[in-house]
Design a protein around this ligand. Structure first.
Ligand code: GLV
Ligand code: MN
Ligand code: MN
Length: 420
């Protein structure tokens, strides 16, 4: 493979290792959006854009962009992007692999003086991961005009308002309730990402070509009971918010299992965030806050899940001792990738001599948001044991380099299709 030359492989390895250093030192692989480490990583990335001679900018949605302008005068743009923020104690590759692959791709195009009939831009999409404001994909939702005033005015647990954070990083929160002007010039948005699942590894495949991304919904649940002395309040006189919460957690798990079996489509639900108040051994829990994460490729199963969960909560409110409230805080619809781009990705992987398969994503991605308005598609590369969103996350540099070769072929194919 012409692209897989040693210099590209070591470039990818070096850049991933450099990015890894921008972390909360007490909790490796933690670079939350808008944190000090995130700002430092963005300065590093700006410098990398500069070193490649790219035009550096930040758009209204706070995405950090490095553009290689075409030699011909054109507004048309092809975007290759992903994200450099992480979940708490995340991994070294989720999002990062895609940004570094995009850097490597542009470096290769510059080094080889390849002419393109469109501008080619690397995007670090702002805040892809779910954050303390209860919203993921801030930058791509902003690009397509999907951030409303309620979301923009949210405060996080330290009271920082989302729109102020977007403005501080160079965005303009006033422009984000309708699509940004750039949208109309986009020919294609491409992303490379680790699979975060086990299919490619188990089937020993080089590349996954994503066909669809499931809907993602998140709900905040607040369970209000009565705090009290754990030694004196008798068992039949309690309103224990944690006990009521455990009933919801078990219900959600069993409901999702049943619906996933019935629908035979991707359907998963998780309660991974829970806050117990006051969280002390000698006090009956008075309040619990938790977040439900729901991902589905089936509209009817999603609707059934929400209906049954609401009924369960109503019943518990009628018959139990705690008051439960559930609020929908985020939604991303089920989307299919652009069919032409999927086919072109398949042709590109084949042309590189790489084994591949068309597949559905289990995780959410910025490409899902973008695909709502512009042609967008993405590829996966294998990751070890499918582990992701944990420190054990691992991908082979050679696999990232193979994926980057497919991106390059894809850009060349798009160049051929768009020649004037
Ligand atoms: C993205 O990381 C997701 O939560 O799917
Ligand atoms: Mn990601
Ligand atoms: Mn992630």
């Amino acid at each position: 493979m012409e692209f897989g030359i040693e210099s590209n492989i070591s470039y990818i390895e070096n850049k991933i290792n450099e990015l890894e250093k921008f972390t909360d030192q007490k909790q490796p692989f933690t670079r939350l959006v808008f944190s000090k480490e995130f700002y430092e990583a963005r300065s590093w990335l700006k410098n990398e854009y500069d070193k490649l001679g790219l035009l550096v900018s930040t758009d209204e949605a706070g995405n950090l962009i490095g553009t290689l302008n075409s030699k011909i005068d054109t507004d048309k743009i092809v975007i290759v992007g992903s994200h450099i923020d992480t979940v708490p104690s995340g991994g070294k590759f989720d999002g990062i692999a895609g940004v570094v692959a995009a850097l490597c791709l542009i470096k290769h195009i510059k080094d080889n003086d390849i002419d393109l009939p469109f501008n080619l831009a690397v995007y670090d999409y702002l805040g892809e991961e779910l954050n303390d404001w209860g919203i993921s994909c801030i930058g791509t939702r902003g690009m397509i005009g999907a951030l409303n005033q309620e979301i923009l005015s949210r405060g996080n647990s330290s009271g920082n308002i989302l729109k102020h954070e977007i403005n501080k990083i160079g965005g303009n929160s006033k422009s984000l309730t309708k699509p940004l002007p750039t949208i109309k010039n986009i020919l294609a948005c491409l992303e490379l990402h680790i699979e975060q699942g086990k299919i490619l590894e188990q089937k020993k495949l080089d590349i996954g070509i994503v066909r669809s991304i499931p809907s993602i919904s998140r709900f905040n649940v607040e369970v209000n009971g009565q705090a009290g002395h754990s030694g004196t309040i008798l068992m039949d006189q309690r309103a224990d918010a944690l006990v009521a919460s455990s009933e919801i957690i078990t219900f959600v798990n069993r409901l999702a299992l049943r619906l996933s079996q019935e629908s035979n489509q991707h359907f998963v639900s998780t309660i991974g965030k829970i806050n117990v108040l006051p969280n002390a051994a000698a006090i009956i829990p008075g309040k619990v806050e938790m977040t439900i994460d729901l991902r589905s490729s089936s509209k009817s199963s999603r609707e059934e899940y929400v209906k049954e969960l609401q009924e369960k909560i109503e019943l518990m409110n009628k018959t139990g001792t705690c008051k439960i409230e559930m609020n929908n805080i985020a939604n991303a619809p089920y989307v299919e990738m652009d069919k032409e781009l999927v086919k072109l990705f398949k042709d590109s992987a084949n042309a590189c001599g790489l084994t591949n398969q068309i597949m559905d994503s289990g995780a959410g991605h910025d490409t899902a948001q973008l695909s709502r308005l512009v042609p967008a598609a993405m590829i996966f590369i294998p990751c070890k044991e499918g582990l992701s969103h944990c420190p054990e996350e691992h991908a082979e540099i050679l696999d990232i380099s193979k994926g980057t070769a497919v991106l390059l072929k894809m850009v060349e194919n798009l160049a051929m299709l768009n020649h004037t």
